[in-house]
Design a protein around this ligand. Structure first.
Ligand code: SF4
Length: 369
């Protein structure tokens, strides 16, 4: 009687916001091509009412979290404060990148920290709890800190609080920002289950990178072109949830790559880092496998599922995967079912001759690409 009504009502009330550069869309995980479609106001698939209700209830979760926090000894203030977080060129005109913060939290020692609250679904939360970093949210925080600094030049830290909407678990990132170097450090991660880690992980250039992305987007907008698809194929969750998926991939044929061009200057240190990581990963992975095998042997030799001691615990668990047993199928059927799937390998080597590299902008592709 009622259950079927809510999603259609949400869809009826939905209004699309005009696209513009914002702190929330500057992060490196947002598809630039999707942003270009939004900038062109390209026809998009209407969002399902269920999706809109999911977004709406995230805002309510965030509001409820703020209400809980207001009952603690921390002082929450400057809620929904509007700030100017930087400027960019948009539609040929200088444009202020505006932001609206969730608030500022002041502790008992009078230290102010920016507060940003997110409420997300279980699987993404679990990815973060397992160690992936929410870099889009970090970028948003960096924009907000840059904005707040114009009002409070002493503010250097932020608390990013992420709620698991399904289980009400929380992850808190204490972040420190050095605006002069555009350097964000993940100082501490606290899980509501009581675990604390101090990764001291640095992200350098999130703010600059976001401004560069907005500038590249503006170049495409002016040229009527689209950035290249950043994904190998359509089978990824970014495209699955993208309202431009059909338009973006329809008729797409894979163009064989050929020829060469100078590398963009900002990629050169990454090429060096790739080589260094590659050299370290091989021996590290071998050592990791050796240790794992040693523990497996130890568990088997003792006939136990768990070893503990010195603050560590080693567990053995068994999981199963469904795989086709080809030996049970007729040989012709197996042969006919096999397809060659191309896999792309990237290798990077250092070349000996000294070459001067200059920054090369993204090559625009045509709208039809
Ligand atoms: S379908 Fe995928 S590649 Fe295309 S715009 Fe959307 S997210 Fe980007």
């Amino acid at each position: 009687m009622l259950a079927e009504l809510i999603h259609p009502i949400a869809a009826m009330d939905h209004e699309e916001w005009e696209f513009r550069p914002r702190p929330s869309n500057g992060g490196p995980d947002t598809c630039l091509r999707k942003m270009a479609y939004q900038a062109y106001d390209a026809p998009q698939k209407d969002p399902h009412g269920r999706f809109l209700v999911v977004l709406d209830d995230s805002s309510w979760h965030e509001e409820l979290v703020l209400q809980w926090l207001e009952r603690t000894v921390f002082h929450i203030h400057s809620r929904q404060l509007r700030i100017a977080c930087g400027t960019t060129i948009w539609k040929g005109q200088p444009q202020t990148i505006n932001g609206q913060i969730d608030g500022i939290v002041t502790d008992l020692f009078g230290v102010d920290r920016l507060l940003e609250i997110k409420a997300i679904e279980h699987f993404t939360f679990q990815r973060y709890a397992d160690g992936a970093y929410p870099t889009n949210y970090f970028t948003q925080v960096v924009f907000y800190i840059n904005g707040v600094l114009t009002l409070n030049p002493d503010l250097r830290e932020a608390l990013l609080l992420i709620k698991n909407k399904n289980q009400s678990a929380f992850l808190e990132y204490r972040l420190r920002y050095h605006p002069e170097e555009d350097r964000l450090t993940v100082v501490e991660i606290t899980h509501s289950n009581g675990t604390h880690t101090f990764p001291n992980q640095e992200f350098i250039g999130l703010y600059r990178q976001a401004l560069t992305r907005f500038a590249v987007l503006e170049t495409h907008r002016e040229a009527g072109s689209l950035p290249i698809r950043p994904y190998e194929n359509v089978r990824n969750f970014h495209c699955d949830y993208c309202p431009f998926k059909k338009m973006c991939w329809e008729g797409m044929t894979r163009i064989p790559l050929a020829g060469q061009r100078p590398m963009r200057a900002e990629l050169i240190p990454l090429a060096q880092e790739f080589i260094e990581l590659d050299e370290k990963l091989g021996p590290l992975e071998k050592r990791w496998k050796d240790i794992k095998q040693l523990f497996q042997l130890e568990l088997r030799a003792n006939g136990v599922q768990n070893l503990y001691g010195g603050g560590y615990t080693v567990n053995s668990s068994v999981s199963s995967q469904n795989r086709l047993d080809e030996s049970l199928l007729p040989k012709e059927l197996v042969a006919r079912s096999k397809r060659a799937t191309p896999t792309e390998r990237i290798s990077i080597k250092q070349v000996q001759s000294a070459t001067t590299h200059t920054a090369v902008p993204d090559a625009p592709t045509s709208l039809a690409s």
